[in-house]
Design a protein around this ligand. Sequence first.
Ligand code: NAD
Length: 310
Amino acid sequence: MERILVTGGAGYVGAVLVDHLLNKKYNVTVVDRLIYENGHTMINYFKNPHFTFVKGDIRDETLMKKLTDNCECVIHLAAIVGFPACEKAQDLARSTNLEATKMISRLLSKNQPIIFASTGSNYGVVDGICTEETPLNPLSLYGKTKTEAEKWLLEHNNTVIFRFATAFGLSPRMRLDLLINDFVYEAVINKYLIMFEKHFKRTFIHVDDMACSFIFALENLDKMKGEVFNVGDSSNNFNKEDIALMIKKKVEYYLHFADIGEDKDKRNYEVCYDKINALGYKACISVEEGIDQMVRAIPVLEHHNNYRNV
Ligand SMILES: NC(=O)c1ccc[n+]([C@@H]2O[C@H](COP(=O)([O-])OP(=O)(O)OC[C@H]3O[C@@H](n4cnc5c(N)ncnc54)[C@H](O)[C@@H]3O)[C@@H](O)[C@H]2O)c1
């Protein structure tokens, strides 16, 4: 597999992934509508002749036919991401996350695998530890569209489904609506953090480890196709209070625990990563290392905060 089409490649995950793909000498085409950025996240990649950028909408079938005809594998990231963004634009979320995924799926042959970025939000409320066999019970529109898209791809395509932990860390297209990134930003810039549901257990993955998981899938497609994998690391399972206290060791700020506020996806679970670890993939970057990186970088980001998906 040499020619890779990355949908949503200008986004938080994509902008990091493209760097990893180009370093590994893949030919990369990104298609992205640039909802949040003007494309500057991609600027550096234009120096590489193996990089092509197409500003376009994955819901445009004519465009996607042309792009899928010219690729050997699709890494499908484009989506309306997170429950707040999906609730705000519900029709857009359905047409992007589900209908466009089905349309892309129909354009692909069995020789063209599709690696799909799904989410642990699909599990909903779970007692105990989530494995890939845990029944899905998505609560938000975001989780529902991702769950249906997964199911469709597993039934119709040569696919690898990745259910990712919540990402953290630095990307050229920064997202500060992600839990750890948000907490570090509040602590560093505003010097206070108000937290609800402090005992909720969450699971995290550094955005560079996400990128490495896609490379791992490209290199191990035969072993992985037709399968679903949780992607993260059990050493990065923490509750929200743990994260706030970890940040407190590095930044002086006021921390307040509130009784109101809720996560619509009710993410409060531990996730097991044995299945992907058994194949040889290991997410290596700790939450602590990611916090250190952001503590250094966040002061240079703009103080008025444009980096949330709402
Ligand atoms: N970041 C996380 O914590 C996380 C966790 C689990 C899964 N994921 C999944 O990973 C993928 C990437 O997430 P992200 O954090 O980079 O989000 P993001 O919002 O930063 O990136 C999504 C990109 O898709 C593009 N896009 C949206 N609709 C489009 C359309 N119709 N046509 C073309 N481009 C379009 C946007 O412009 C954006 O650049 C998503 O599918 C998401 O569900 C992310």
